[in-house]
Design a protein around this ligand. Structure first.
Ligand SMILES: NC(=O)c1ccc[n+]([C@@H]2O[C@H](COP(=O)([O-])OP(=O)(O)OC[C@H]3O[C@@H](n4cnc5c(N)ncnc54)[C@H](OP(=O)(O)O)[C@@H]3O)[C@@H](O)[C@H]2O)c1
Length: 297
């Protein structure tokens, strides 16, 4: 049995907590910033509804002591707001699994983690808040969390072993895997800019834009050490073209709800690192300020 604290029990945090609960082996605590009352996860394929049975804290002051595992699932830009929880939950033997999009998990999380291990994670889960205290898993992809191969990754895989909600996969070339996911995140930024779900990729002009965005993102990815040829752009845009038109993205859900957007970790990073490597990023140069402006206020 392990002590697991889920910081940020939103869409992904709730699915991670569900997986931990499904193992039947762990003690799970949910660390929120407001009390949602109860939390339940709906599976849109089977219509199964599972209540999360874990206690819900609403302030770091309520944390009893450090945890063995922290599953961090706040949005990237909310990480500094979760500093109080991280401080209360982390000691050097803790492992913080950063269940966040982007390619900068360790730089982002380590400063708050009291020398805990930080395990970056690539989240391939499609989950959407669908009501107060309710998260729905969309089965347009099979739910998987990729972590770097190595001792921490292996322990994390053992932690959630047997949970039907999610499969943990170890990857030897994490840089390439993270940039492949980041490229899909960058493409999804177009949904947030347009305020539309995946139907938007059916437009030939948006498809063309998505292809140019994927191509420039992959150029930056290669400069960062990822083994992703330019030809990968077609395949990644194809994922969006093939989606059911009503599939969204967490950045779109935030845009539609008027919340702050995770624009810097998902799109800003392409422009920032592109500049560092002298790689032109003309689509991101337009998209990033628009997403940043939509995120303001
Ligand atoms: N949703 C997806 O399908 C999906 C897929 C792949 C990857 N991701 C990535 O996973 C990460 C989490 O995304 P998400 O969609 O799960 O976001 P989300 O639904 O907005 O969940 C974030 C949760 O963190 C809570 N939170 C924010 N600040 C906090 C704090 N200081 N202390 C405690 N809780 C706090 C939020 O509370 P409030 O309710 O009060 O705002 C919310 O419950 C992001 O990096 C995202 O890009 C998401």
């Amino acid at each position: 049995m392990a002590d697991i604290a889920v910081v940020g029990p939103g869409a992904i945090g709730s699915v991670a907590a569900l997986a931990a609960q499904q193992t039947g082996r762990h003690s799970v605590t949910l660390c929120a910033r407001r009390d949602p009352g109860a939390l339940r996860v709906v599976d849109d394929l089977t219509s199964t509804v599972t209540e999360l049975e874990a206690p819900i804290l609403t302030s770091p002051d309520q944390v009893a002591g450090p945890a063995e595992w922290v599953l961090l699932a706040v949005k990237a830009q909310q990480t500094d707001g979760a500093a109080g929880y991280l401080d209360a939950l982390c000691k050097p033997s803790t492992t913080v699994v950063a269940l966040q999009n982007g390619v900068e998990h360790i730089e982002r999380v380590a400063p708050y983690a009291n020398d805990a291990h930080v395990l970056p994670a690539i989240v391939w889960i499609s989950a959407e808040p669908t009501g107060p205290g309710e998260v729905t898993i969309r089965n347009n992809i099979s739910s998987m969390i990729q972590v770097p191969a190595g001792p921490d990754g292996e322990e994390f895989a053992r932690l959630l072993e047997g949970a039907p909600a999610v499969q943990v996969a170890l990857v030897s070339d994490f840089t390439t895997a993270a940039w492949r996911k980041l490229t899909t995140n960058a493409i999804a930024g177009l949904m947030a800019a347009a305020g539309k779900r995946a139907v938007v990729y059916q437009r030939p002009d948006v498809r063309e834009l998505a292809l140019a965005l994927a191509t420039e993102t992959l150029a930056v990815a290669r400069a960062e050490g990822a083994a992703l040829p330019e030809s990968e752009a077609e395949a990644l845009v194809g994922i969006f073209e093939a989606m059911a038109p009503d599939i969204g993205s967490s950045i779109l859900f935030d845009r539609l709800a008027g919340r702050e957007l995770e624009w810097d970790a998902r799109n800003g990073v392409v422009r920032r690192l592109g500049r560092r490597h002298g790689i032109p990023t003309p689509v991101s140069d337009v998209l990033v300020p628009l997403l940043a402006a939509a995120s303001d206020g």
